[in-house]
Design a protein. Structure first.
Ligand code: FMN
Length: 200
């Protein structure tokens, strides 16, 4: 298991080989068995395999990226390069899995987050639970010989993502996982555990 975990890498280039629905369902099954706060299972998934769907999502997020960076006063040429890079990133993979958080079974009134510490903690636990589901999925994909990369882009354009994917009102976009047959080799290191652990 440790070797499996250590050899998973974020892969950002994929072959065109389509991924079977059964394969995707197997990965979602592994995600669905993640631990979650109160066993609330707050993860929701939107699967995109069609180029039109991927393109619409990429364009929606790109429009928001462009607007935000223009508002920051960034160089328009650099912005267009960034938007184009992102578009390629989100249309090239055979599959996109958009991860959402739903607090439907464990409702939190988001408008009182600031005042209500308990609600805020419940929301964080929901986010943590979705992240655990994501990790299950990525490890299972790696075990099955597939490549993934987690992207946080939907967090920066939640309204656009909700609109273009026609998400139910309670589904909050958290991120997306690109999935496919990997077409690159990546090496990564980690800082030593020494700086990250305190044994008592
Ligand atoms: C919460 C989160 C957000 C991430 N967002 C991005 C992203 O927006 N773009 C990207 O290229 N990689 C993203 N990544 C992937 C990280 O860059 C990657 O996990 C890290 O560099 C370590 O590399 P490895 O996964 O190959 O070990 C994200 C990963 C996580 C966990």
């Amino acid at each position: 298991m440790l070797n499996l975990i250590k050899t998973r890498r974020s892969i950002r280039q994929y072959t065109d080989k389509p991924i079977l629905r059964e394969t995707i369902l197997r990965l979602l099954e592994s995600a669905n068995w993640a631990p979650s706060a109160h066993n609330s299972q707050p993860w929701r998934f939107v699967i995109l395999t069609d180029m039109t769907d991927k393109s619409n999502l990429a364009n929606a997020m790109g429009q928001r990226l462009r607007a935000d960076r223009l508002a920051e006063g960034d160089d328009p040429t650099e912005i267009e390069r960034h938007v184009a890079r992102r578009y390629a990133q989100f249309t090239q993979p055979p599959v996109l899995i958009v991860l959402c958080l739903s607090l439907e079974l464990n409702p939190v009134n988001l408008s009182i987050l600031v005042e209500n510490r308990k609600s805020k903690i419940e929301w964080v636990m929901g986010v943590q639970s979705v992240a655990m589901a994501a990790q299950n999925l990525m490890i299972q994909a790696h075990a099955d010989g597939l490549a993934t990369c987690f992207y946080c882009a939907p967090l920066f354009a939640p309204d656009e993502v909700k609109a273009v994917l026609e998400l139910p009102a309670d589904w909050q976009p958290q991120g997306l996982i690109a999935l496919g047959e990997g077409a690159q080799t990546v090496t990564k290191t980690r800082h030593s555990l020494e700086t990250k652990v305190k044994f008592l």
